[in-house]
Write a protein that binds this ligand. Structure first.
Ligand SMILES: Cc1cc2nc3c(=O)[nH]c(=O)nc-3n(C[C@H](O)[C@H](O)[C@H](O)COP(=O)(O)O)c2cc1C
Length: 203
């Protein structure tokens, strides 16, 4: 498959069959992640692969409990949070997807320069640049998954239960994202994108 085809064919999948992904394919997908560029070639990533039904269920339960807690807090304030309602869908996806990969930023590996500049988003340059590398690794993984006819979902809803999941998984480093992988069913149409006229300009 051409890179161009993988880029244009990849789309988020939120319904998976029970079919398992072979170990060698999971490894090829992660290996593609490790080919991403990173500041000073620090390769600040770490991947935690979870296939166990019990562990996925536990992760989903932890997320669901936190979502319920946040939901009731906002409901008490008369605030209906659409993002929280949407995140309950992720709870189901985490249980259903045959493979879940947690991607970590491993601060032990971040040796690139640190000017200590705090950006508006209140993160230091070294944190931002290494998180960019993690994003590049994840995108490589999703493209390799597409090539292997494996469907995927990039998940950030785990942040609703950040501390609880960090504690449960017990890994050193910062959880940056999760990826659900599997063979999709009911895959919808590709969602549209803003056109180039809107997002780019020559200066
Ligand atoms: C950083 C990031 C976090 C995301 N988190 C979630 C998530 O937690 N749950 C979810 O259903 N989709 C999540 N998505 C998927 C986006 O909703 C999806 O990429 C977007 O709607 C565009 O659709 P496409 O991936 O099919 O092109 C995430 C995507 C990115 C890049």
């Amino acid at each position: 498959m051409k890179v161009q085809d993988a880029i244009y064919q990849r789309k988020s999948t939120r319904r998976f069959t029970k079919s398992e992904i072979a170990g060698n394919i999971i490894e090829e997908i992660i290996a593609a992640g490790t080919q991403a560029p990173s500041p000073k070639n620090d390769q600040p990533w770490k991947f935690l692969v979870i296939k166990s039904i019990e562990k996925k269920k536990r992760i989903a339960d932890i997320l669901e409990n936190q979502l319920n807690r946040i939901k009731s807090k906002y409901i008490r304030q008369g605030n209906y949070r659409e993002d929280i309602i949407g995140a309950f869908e992720t709870v189901r996806i985490i249980k259903e997807a045959p493979t879940l990969i947690f991607v970590y930023l491993d601060f032990q590996k971040c040796k690139g320069h640190d000017d200590g500049v705090r950006w508006e988003l209140n993160a230091k340059d070294i944190e931002c640049t290494h998180i960019m590398a993690i994003g590049a690794a994840i995108q490589n993984m999703l493209l390799m998954a597409t090539e292997k006819e494996v469907n995927s979902l990039w998940i950030a809803d785990i942040f609703y239960a950040y501390n609880e999941l960090q504690a449960y998984l017990g890994e050193e480093g910062c959880m940056v994202a999760a990826i659900a992988l599997g063979y999709g069913m009911d895959i919808g149409k590709k969602v549209s994108r803003r056109g180039l006229k809107e997002v780019m300009k020559y200066i």
